[in-house]
Write a protein that binds this ligand. Sequence first.
Ligand SMILES: [Mg+2]
Length: 418
Amino acid sequence: MNTSPSITRRNLLLASTAALLPSCTPTREYSPDLAAHPSEIKDYPPNLKITRIQSFNLPLKRPKFIGRNSQRNNHGDHTVEYMVRIHTNAGIDGLGFSKAPRENWTKLIGKNPFHFYQQQKNGFVSPIGTHTMALWDLAGKALNKPVYQLLGGKGTKLVPVYDGSIYFSEMVPLYAQQGLDRFKVEIDQGRAAGHRAFKIKIGRGYKWMEKNAGYQMDLAVLKTIRRHAGPKIKLGVDANNGYDLEQTKRLLNDIPDFNFEFMEEMFPESIKQYRELKVFMTERNHKTLIADGESRQRPDDLKPFIDAKAIDIFQGDMRNFGFEGILTEAQLCKAAGLRVAPHNWGSLFGFYMQLHVGRAINNFYMAEHDPLTSDLLIADGYNIKDGKCTVPDAPGFGLTLDETRFSNILKPIFDLQI
Ligand SMILES: [Mg+2]
C-alpha cells in the first residue's frame, strides 16, 4: 500500500471510521463497531425475582507475606473480600464482590434483575452503581451462558495474566535475612504457579529510604530478578508515583538492556511528561509500554490521556469501574488503538472479573493477579499455565461456595428478604 509518512495506521482507521459515521458526529466519537459491546438480552425469564440478598466478608489468604510499596506499608498475607449473594424465586443465585451499602441493595429486593439491564450503557444501571458482579453472575445462570459471552465474547480463549506480587520483600523482617535472594524465591514461586510475567514494585527512595540509596536498591533488585528470570520472562515495574520523569529516564539509561515490558505509575499522570518520556524511549529504541490510570474514578477521567495517546495501557480499577466502566474504557481505548489492563490488587473476585473481560474484548493486555485464595470457594476451570489463564464455560462465573462451611462459618453483614 502506498502511504506517505504522515499517514499512520491510526489516521487511516479514523478516516475509514469517519466515512461510516453521520456527518454530525463529533470527531471524538468512536465507532461502536470497533469495540466489544455486551450482548443484547431479550429473552430473559420474565418472572424472575430477587427474593433475598446476603452480604458477608469472605476471608482470603496469600501464600506469602507481602511487604511495602513506595507509598503504603505492609500488605500482609491475608485480606477479606466484600461479598454479596443474591437469591431468586427461580432457585438460582448470583455471587460477587460488592461494597454497595445495604440501603442501595434494598431497592433491588422483589425486582427482576434484567429490568436494570441497558445494553447501550454496557450493563446494569441500578442503585448499586458499578458493583454489579453478582447481577452478571445471576444473568449468566438465568441465560445459561458464561459472563464473558454476555460481555461480548470477542477476546482470546486464554487470557494473559501477570503476577503483581513482587513488593519490597527485603524490608519484611520475616525475609530480611534472605537479602536479594528472597526475590529469586518469589519469582520461582510465581513461575511454579504458572506465571511468565511479573510486576515489580519500585520507588524505595520515595519515603522509606534516602532517595539515592532507595534508587540503588531498586536497581539491585531489578538486576537480580532479570538475571534470575532470564530474558524471556516479561518484567514490568510499578513505582506507585514514587519516581519522577528524570529518575525514570535515569532508570532506562542505567539498565538499557533490562527490557521493561511496561512502566506503571512512575509519576502522577501528565500528558506533557508522558509525551516527553515516549520521545525519550523512542530515541533509545525502548519498546516499553506506559501503563497508568488506576487512581481515576470514571472512564471520562481518562479521556484526555486517551485522546493524547499519552498512555499505552489504561488501568481503570476493576472493582471501582465495574464491568460497565471497564467496557466503556475499553471502547474509548479501542478507537484510539490502545489497550486496557484493569488494576486489581487485594481482590480475588476482581481477578475473575478481569478474566471474563479478557475473554470479552479484543484490546485486553494482561490480568493482574494478586495470589489470593479462599478455601470456602470452589473455582473449577480457572487454571494459570505458561502465563495464561483458562476461563470456564460454566454459566455465570462458575464460582460456587462450599455451602456447609458457608452456613457454619460466615456471618451475614446484612440479610435482606422479601
Ligand atoms: Mg499500580
